[in-house]
Design a binder for this molecule. Structure first.
Ligand code: BGC
Length: 466
């Protein structure tokens, strides 16, 4: 097969996916206007711009041992976090896989499982980090809960679960107060732990990163899901009534969970036919349009759909659809990252990856692998551009690019950002396209490791200190 004859297909794909500065502009403008309207709209149902009740960022000097819990799409991690000051921490973790059975079973069984995991951490894995009266249950331990799903918070330690997602379908959880569900399970399990703070993972990331770099102004998660938090002036939180607002100084800043994942519609998001196809076949169509264009949960499926189009036009695998290729979600994002990382001259590694999932009439040729790699690169690069437009909109909303000439620090967390090859370079390149090199050189995308666990512990600590 002569690849060059299909160059026009790649050119067309690149035109749709590799957005220019002009094509980035309406998205950034659209996001900024969604921030403004979200700040005014009450947080019920599918809400955005959710106030976190966190008004202070750590200084890096905090000390003490705290308990934190981090529930993401795949794992539950509970941690005993010892803050050592000077931005340093020591942690002991108890990590469990959230199985399909747990994700779809009863809410009570799920929260009991969490209570057991905490119990094991305190009494078996990390008793040396706690006081004896905390280990034997005489003294209450405060828990910071980092929850990677939206909650409508009413105070720092209370909030209603707005919705789950990421495969969690437990009945009777949505619409209930999250702290109540924890406390009921702790009572059933005789565990002397109280929820001290609830926080979205983006808020946790920003707080945790501020512990190591107090200049941080954005916390960004690029993983299975995608979302970001930044500090906003209390006086701009128009969704609150006077009573809520009067509890804070109008000039204080509060971290806002943007839930940017739900932003976007066809008036400003340049969705392609592949995006519409993916959305139509999804269990929650029309939901999280931006996230569906770029997060780790979707890059693989988008690649599968694009490649299917190429196969049907004869540009791949001699026009023969491999057995299994038509199965939705069969092409995992992790496969894309292995294929992009494969630098063997023969590209045998990539062939092996594809053959482990699909059956081919004839072994994929080197040209086929090059073409698939190019599709992966194009789809992943659009993901990076989508990250960059979100970051750019938050920088512009806070005017960080014009207030002074200091560094603009962003705490980045998440498997797609950290482990997908060249992702960081691609995000930086897109930021340079938008801002030019003078501003983009000042933007520091720093890895905020363990945002959930450290952030949770820090907020539990900041809450305990009040
Ligand atoms: C959730 C957010 C979360 C993000 C990153 C999204 O799907 O709605 O609450 O912050 O994923 O984990």
């Amino acid at each position: 097969m002569v690849m060059a004859s299909y160059e026009h297909l790649f050119n067309k794909l690149e035109d749709q996916f590799l957005l220019t500065k002009e094509q980035m502009a309406p998205i950034i403008k659209g996001f900024i206007s969604e921030y403004q309207s979200g700040l005014k709209t009450p947080s019920t149902g599918i809400a955005s711009m959710i106030p976190s009740y966190v008004t202070s960022l750590p200084t890096g000097n905090e000390t003490g041992t705290f308990l934190s819990l981090d529930l993401g799409g795949t794992n539950l991690r509970v941690n005993a976090v010892q803050l050592l000051g000077d931005g340093q921490v020591n942690m002991v973790e108890n990590k469990r896989l959230a199985t399909v059975e747990l994700k779809s079973g009863s809410g009570d069984a799920f929260f009991d499982w969490i209570a057991d995991t905490i119990q094991e951490l305190i009494t078996v894995k990390a008793p040396h980090l706690f006081k004896p009266e905390q280990v034997n249950g005489q003294e209450t331990l405060s828990l910071g809960v980092c929850w990677s799903f939206p909650i409508d918070q009413t105070t720092l330690d209370r909030g209603t679960v707005l919705r789950m997602g990421k495969g969690f379908t437990m009945p009777n959880v949505q619409g209930r107060d999250l702290s109540d569900m924890f406390h009921e399970a702790f009572k059933r399990k005789n565990l002397n732990v109280r929820v001290g703070a609830l926080l979205n993972d983006t808020v946790g990331t920003l707080v945790a990163h501020a512990y190591s770099n107090p200049r941080s102004r954005i916390g960004f998660i690029y993983a299975t899901g995608c979302n970001a938090a930044y500090p906003e002036k209390v006086s701009n939180i128009g969704k609150w009534d006077e009573t809520q607002r009067s509890r804070f100084n109008p000039n204080d800043e509060m971290l806002i969970n943007t839930e940017i994942d739900i932003f976007g519609d066809d008036t400003y998001l340049p969705r392609t036919k592949y995006d519409h196809q993916l959305d139509k076949n999804h269990s929650q169509p029309d939901f999280q349009p931006w996230e569906k264009m770029m997060s780790g949960a979707y890059l693989g499926e988008l690649t599968r759909l694009v490649a299917m189009d190429f196969i049907q036009q004869g540009a791949l695998f001699d026009g023969v659809v491999p057995a299994g290729w038509d199965t939705p979600w069969s092409f995992q994002t992790a496969m894309m990252s292995s294929i992009e990382r494969d630098n063997t001259a023969s590209r045998d590694e990539s062939v092996k990856i594809l053959e482990s999932v699909y059956s081919f009439a004839t072994r994929p040729s080197k040209d086929d692998i090059q073409a698939i790699t190019r599709i992966c690169r194009i789809v992943a690069t659009r993901g990076a551009i989508m990250v960059a437009v979100a970051i750019a909109s938050m920088i512009e909303k806070q005017k960080l690019h014009i207030v002074d000439s200091n560094e603009i620090v962003i705490g980045m967390n998440g498997s797609t950002y950290e482990y997908y090859p060249y992702m960081d370079v691609r995000v930086k390149k897109a930021l340079r396209t938008w801002f030019g090199s003078e501003v983009s050189d000042r933007i520091l995308l720093e890895i905020a490791r363990d945002g959930g666990s450290i952030g949770g512990a820090l907020i539990a600590m900041l809450a305990a200190a009040e």
